[in-house]
Structures are given as structure tokens and as C-alpha cells.
Ligand binder design. Sequence first.
Ligand code: CO8
Length: 259
Amino acid sequence: QFKFENILFEKREGGVGYVQLNRPKALNALCDGLFTELIQILKEMDNDPEVGCIILTGSEKAFAAGADIKEMKDQTFPHTYTSNMLGWWDEITRIRKPIVGGVNGYALGGGCELAMICDILIAGSNAKFGQPEITLGTIPGMGGSQRLTRVIGKSRAMEMVLTGEFMDANEAVQRGLVSRVVEPKLLNDELMRVSRKIASMSKPITMMCKEVVNEAYETGLKDGLKYERRIFHSTFATNDRKEGMTAFAEKRKPNWTDS
Ligand code: CO8
């Protein structure tokens, strides 16, 4: 297992890239250093032909308790504006391999926003989601007001953003924010199970699936349907599409060549 200052990561068997936020003393608050490391390792895994799926998780106490408040507290508007503070966070949305997020404990502010960028979210029963920026005199800055509203609807998102109150794991699963809830101790096993399965598929087809589902999330139905159909057509340019259908017809398992 390799170690950056704020992150642990390793390549695991079955083509899974494992990334763990690791600033335990600050509940994984997202300081600049953590983010630089996170983006670097995610990009490396995205470019690694052996990796088919990426896990992003935190500790049992916290996924991430938000942007680093101590680092932010003396910032001024001219500096946030000219440095385009947070502008580069969306590089994570350009990672093309699936990211399975695992949340135990706090996912607050930027931590909730980072979790919502993941493609699949699985929560431990102790998970707590929140956008408490208002209690600090600021607002969500990395998509919280937009992604949360799309997923859980206007009224509940508005309530969370305006009160700063947290949402527990059971409510998060009922509202579709996470796929399912597991015992905190079993979270890692579940993340591995899902990620290994995804990583066993054809990589180009997996990436196309991620791309079209994200299109549904980001555009209207008409454009999204057209986009999906075009990508669907393009699967017919791959060997894996031919292999998958041939294997079905021959009643055998497909041998993916990622081509
Ligand atoms: N930033 C910096 N340090 C933090 C943060 C944080 N977000 N959260 C916790 N810590 C530190 C605490 O200061 C404390 O450090 P120390 O021991 O040196 O005092 C340590 O982590 C442990 O925390 P607590 O003692 O507070 O632990 P508790 O179990 O009592 O409480 C809570 C846990 C409820 C999570 C509490 O720590 C808390 O309320 N944290 C702040 C949560 C918050 O407001 N998050 C939103 C931050 S604003 C934000 O994310 C803006 C988003 C904009 C985009 C993001 C771009 C980066």
C-alpha cells in the first residue's frame, strides 16, 4: 500500500483501484494538499489499463467533514475569484472509469459534494450527509446545491441547505442518494464486491455505460436519448460487443479483450 500525505491507495486484485482519504486528525477535511493528491491518483488509475473500477472511501468515522475550514477562514473574495478556488475540483468529474464511493460517518459540505460526484454510493448505517455551509456563513461550492437537488428533490434539498441539518443513512437510501446501506464494518467488503464485478467487464463498454448514465443526469431527455443511441451504435465498433453476443449465443462466458 502506497502512501501520500493525505491519501492511501493500492491496486487490488481483480482490477480494482482502492483510494482512501486519510487525514484522521481532521476527519478527512479536504485541504488543498489532499485534493491535489486525490486528483493525481484518480488520473493515474484512470490511465492504468489494469484498473477497471475505482473505490473512493474514508474512515469509519468520516468520509470527509468538508472543505478545510481552517485553511479557508482567512481567504478573501479577490483571491477566491482570481485563483478560481474550487474551479479545478470538477476534474474528478472527468475521470472516465466508474468510481464507487463508500461513506461511513460524516460526509459534510465538500465531503457530501465529493461523495455525490461518485458514480455509485454505498453507505454504512452510521453515515451522515449534510450541507452545513450556511452555519459557517457560506454556501455549497462544489455542486451541493445542484446535485443534491437533482437527487432528493427541491424541498428536502432546500431544507438541508437552509438548516445545515444532517441526513442519516436510512433516509439517504430511501431518497435515492445512496444505493444501499450496510453495516459499517462490512462497507469495504461490499465496495470490493461491486467494484470487482464492474472491473470484470469490458473496459471500453464500462466507460461508455458511465458516460451515457451521466448524460441522463446532466442533459434533458431528448438530447440524452440521442446521445445514448449514438454510443449504443458505437459499441458495434468494438470486438467486445461481438464477443459478448457471440458468447451468449454459444452459451459460454465472454472473454473480454478490452478492444
Ligand atoms: N475543516 C477543518 N477541520 C475540521 C473540519 C473541517 N471541515 N471538520 C473537523 N475538523 C477537525 C476539528 O477542528 C478537530 O480538530 P482539532 O482536534 O484540532 O480541534 C477534528 O477535526 C475533530 O473534529 P471534532 O472535534 O469537531 O469532532 P466531533 O466528532 O466533535 O464533530 C463534526 C464532528 C460534527 C463533523 C464537526 O467536526 C464539524 O461540524 N465539522 C465541520 C463540518 C462542516 O461544517 N463542514 C462544511 C465545511 S464548508 C465546506 O465544505 C464548503 C464546501 C465548498 C466546497 C469545498 C471545497 C474544498
